[in-house]
Design a protein around this ligand. Structure first.
Ligand code: FAD
Length: 407
């Protein structure tokens, strides 16, 4: 038997959960299908920017968010070739309620959104349920086929299907939407090291000719992203654990005494970094957003926040048509138009950063940002506010629509 909902969301990541919550608050019947049994995934986007923090307040979730375990990042700095530190973005200069980046485990944020969703009678979240196919009504997408972890198969009919199923989106593939891929010079390897008061190590990324590393302070440990040439994974694993420890010690001398605690290369998780953008985010009856529409580089930690902004724009523009029971291609094109430029701009900045900072560093040509950057930042008063704004707030920031706001 075919079940029914008004908006079917494939994927319970930041994009899917925010969209589901907002539409449910608009009175739209929403079903979110998430293939995993929980949100507990290590090494995900944990950088919650001022735009998302403001949204949490508007949704009436600010206090609950503030109670989550978190650390704060006030600025983005890079080491220079001369051994000094260059601050390239200062969030404290922003005129926003939360002028910092909150580092919060993504699963805590998703649990909080799921809890808020449970208060809404129209919000239905089904875990352990994987979208495996699309349903069609003539040529229009009209819902999905799914399989539960227990092997049960089913179908849900929907007026709108939204692909929030991440960078390897099956919904996108099934709908025949193909992203344009931009070349990326690096991959990222994630791992943990114990945190024993080595706070200094987390302040500035480590940068040496050939590689660099970013240290994220977490409760009781450091989460570390080691960045090096794309496709290096097989070589790193062939070189073995001791060689990898030596690389880390070189690029993060403040943590050299801890590298012995990395016990196996199995604890080092590679992320195949992608930067891509769908030419068209929609088909008849279907929309893609978040990573499914645009995988982002880790530079600036913008992935979660863009996904959330996509969701807010979508809820704002489509709640009315969904309540009326008819979403046209023109409605979907409005979402694409609204979110294309902010996404494109951030990707353009990330590609520039790859070219002028990341590539020269991992090709061993330089071990710091170009000197010109320091001069420009020094010459223009308030220059550190511009990158902070573009990273932390972004172009065309979205705010919770009236229907979604709570005190
Ligand atoms: C290792 C790593 C580190 C990252 N670090 C950062 C960072 O520091 N800061 C940052 O902002 N971003 C970071 N990102 C990116 C960030 O996680 C994503 O940009 C963000 O989570 C995108 O949200 P989303 O909802 O679009 O997709 P996702 O978060 O990928 O969520 C997609 C969801 O869909 C589910 N799903 C997939 N297929 C199906 C299916 N067929 N049926 C049902 N459910 C399905 C998945 O299980 C998942 O829960 C990182 C990503 C990775 C992989």
């Amino acid at each position: 038997m075919t079940e029914r909902t008004t908006c079917l969301i494939a994927g319970g990541g930041p994009a899917g959960m925010v969209l589901g919550l907002l539409l449910a608050r608009a009175g739209v019947d929403v079903t979110v299908l998430e293939k995993h049994g929980d949100f507990l995934r290590d090494f995900r986007g944990d950088t919650v920017h001022p735009s998302t923090l403001t949204l949490m307040d508007e949704l009436g979730l600010g206090e609950k968010f503030a109670a989550l375990p978190q650390s704060r990042l006030n600025e983005v700095s890079l080491p220079t070739e001369g051994g000094a530190t260059l601050t390239v973005a200062d969030f404290r200069l922003l005129d926003v309620p939360h002028p910092y980046v909150a580092m919060v485990p993504q699963w805590d944020l998703l649990d909080l959104l799921a809890d808020a969703g449970r208060d809404e009678p129209n919000f239905h979240l089904r875990m352990n349920t994987e979208v495996i196919g699309l349903r069609y009504d003539k040529r229009r997408v009209a819902g999905v086929r799914y399989r539960t972890a227990g092997g049960e198969l089913g179908e849900i009919a929907a007026e709108l299907t939204v692909g929030c199923d991440g960078r390897w989106s099956i919904v996108r593939t099934l709908a025949g939407l193909r992203p344009h891929e931009f070349p990326v010079p690096m991959d990222t390897w994630w791992f943990r090291l114990p945190r024993e008061g080595d706070e200094r190590a987390a302040l500035v990324p480590g940068m040496r000719r050939g590689h660099f590393a970013i240290v994220i302070p977490r409760e009781g440990y450091f989460q570390i992203a080691y960045l090096a040439r794309k496709g290096l994974d097989a070589q790193l694993r062939a070189e073995g654990l001791d060689a990898f420890r030596a690389r880390v010690a070189e690029v993060l001398p403040d943590l050299a005494h801890q590298v012995g605690k990395l016990e196996s290369m199995d604890d080092v998780h590679v992320l195949d970094v992608r930067l891509n953008l769908l030419r068209r985010w929609h088909a008849d009856g279907l929309l893609c957003m978040g990573d499914a529409a645009h995988a982002m580089s880790p530079i600036g930690g913008v992935g979660i926040n863009l996904a959330v902004q996509d969701a807010v724009a979508t809820a704002r523009l489509l709640a009315g048509p969904l309540r009326d029971g008819r979403v046209t291609r023109r409605d979907l094109a409005r979402v694409h138009r609204r979110r294309w430029l902010p996404t494109k701009l951030v990707q353009a900045i990330q590609r520039l950063m790859h070219r002028v900072i990341v590539r020269p560093a991992i090709e061993g040509r330089r071990s710091g940002p170009p000197k010109m950057l320091a001069r420009v930042l020094g010459l223009i008063p308030g220059a550190k506010r511009i990158p902070a704004y573009l990273i932390g707030v972004g172009l065309l920031p979205e705010h919770a629509p009236e229907f979604a706001r709570r005190p």
